[in-house]
Ligand binder design. Structure first.
Ligand SMILES: *Cc1c(COP(=O)(O)O)cnc(C)c1O
Length: 397
């Protein structure tokens, strides 16, 4: 399956065909292998499978043919050697960290993190004697000061949720590699279509398939990608024996999602650009953060490591929570929901939802104010979205 000649396919071809492993029936679409176990022709074959001498499936917690097709397709799109799919994005993040860490290790992470990643780093890891330092990810001097000889890994997301801060992947990777630390990047906001962290030195990339890969609000899924050495020797046993396996059904949904992800993202990015410009010109809006805008502070990094601004816009409304709630409640098309990457436009108020648990102090440090909202732009007609946003902005009380 990992036929090297196929790795030169362009992303659109990979998205539709990479990893396809047809059964003897010759089905057009990827088959859904909805089975937990596998049978062996002989006891000798079972023994050989368990020894690792005979390639083939053993149990769906270890691997499944539909899940394998998804893993291979995503690995090729991401530019990574290998992939292990998981039940959710968070099980991917948790496993990618825990499989390699032990008591006494030191982790440096950027402060602007998805709420659940923040919980793992600041609440869980210290319980097991792992020291964690948080830095302002955009400030290279802080990374340099925090990364030391005892650092085993660094972790960050770029763009970050919800403030869309960019981190220079290559610069942080150079610092981390200088002390032999692994670089883990949560690439959920960009997907491998907009940004490939491995091209800039990342060692491990994690995804939530729940977002743009499915993109239609149906299932949860995640994935960890990296070198054969990391996936096979460091991660695999951790995942096989702790059990957050992706279901075959979810892998099948994600395989179909990957086929159209680039096309969906292109439209979502174009819609987001239009809406970001509209928002920037409206009196009720204090500030718009969108990497595609000329006003975005790190245009240099957008150009270096991303191919478009993404599907998420974050903006501050004049006023605070009252104005933000009034705006959200005034929307007709855009749904109030904390998911993102969906065909449906979704909006959330981070301070009271996704980032409620990090507390007011941390929110202030990463710049999440009470007037801030995060809009995930979908596939509706942009003219309808413009009308919806404008009416709700005009109606803010
Ligand atoms: C959603 C998200 C996750 C977690 O993914 P789930 O599939 O919801 O578990 C992790 N990181 C980022 C940046 C996310 O947006």
């Amino acid at each position: 399956m990992s036929d090297d000649s196929k790795k030169s396919w362009r992303p659109r071809t990979q998205a539709v065909r990479a990893g396809l492993d047809r059964s003897p029936h010759g089905e057009t679409s990827e088959a859904l292998y909805l089975n937990s176990g596998f049978v062996y022709d002989t006891a000798e074959q079972a023994e050989a499978r368990f020894l690792g001498d005979d390639e083939g499936f053993i149990y769906s917690r270890y691997g499944n043919p539909t899940v394998s097709m998804f893993e291979e397709r995503l690995a090729q799109l991401d530019g990574s050697e290998a992939c292990f799919a998981t039940a959710s994005g968070m099980s991917a993040v948790f496993a990618a960290l825990l499989c390699q860490l032990q008591k006494g290790d030191h982790v440096v992470a950027s402060r602007a993190l998805f709420g659940s990643c923040h919980y793992i780093l600041t609440q869980l890891l210290p319980r097991y004697g792992i020291e964690v330092d948080l830095v302002d990810g955009a400030d290279l001097a802080q990374w340099q000061a925090a990364i030391g000889e005892s650092t085993t890994c660094v972790f960050f997301e770029t763009p970050s949720n919800p403030t869309l801060d960019l981190i220079d992947i290559q610069a942080v990777a150079d610092l981390a590699h200088g002390v032999g630390a692994r670089v883990l990047v949560d690439n959920v906001f960009s997907t491998p279509i907009l940004q490939r962290p491995v091209d800039f030195g990342a060692d491990v990339v994690v995804y939530s398939g729940t977002k743009h890969m499915d993109g239609q609000g149906r299932i949860l899924g995640g994935a960890v990608l990296g070198s054969h050495e990391y996936i096979d020797d460091v991660l695999m046993n951790f995942l096989r024996h702790t059990g957050p396996a992706m279901s075959a059904f979810n892998a099948w949904v994600l395989l179909k999602g990957l086929e159209t992800m680039e096309l969906r993202l292109a439209e979502q990015c174009a819609n987001a650009q239009t809406l970001a410009e509209l928002l920037q010109a409206h009196d009720a809006v204090e500030r718009v953060i969108y990497p595609g805008l000329d006003s975005y502070p790190r245009r240099d990094l957008v150009e270096k490591q991303m191919s478009a601004g993404g599907s998420v816009i974050t903006f501050d409304l004049k006023g605070g929570k009252g104005e933000a709630f009034s705006f959200l409640n005034g929307l007709d098309i855009v749904d109030i929901s904390n998911n993102l990457g969906d065909a449906k436009s979704l909006i959330t108020h981070p301070a009271t939802t996704t980032h409620r648990a990090v507390g007011p102090e941390e929110r202030a440090k990463v710049g999440i104010g009470d007037g801030m909202v995060r809009l995930s732009v979908g596939l509706e007609d942009p003219a309808d979205l413009e009308e919806d946003l404008t009416a709700a902005l005009n109606g803010i009380r």
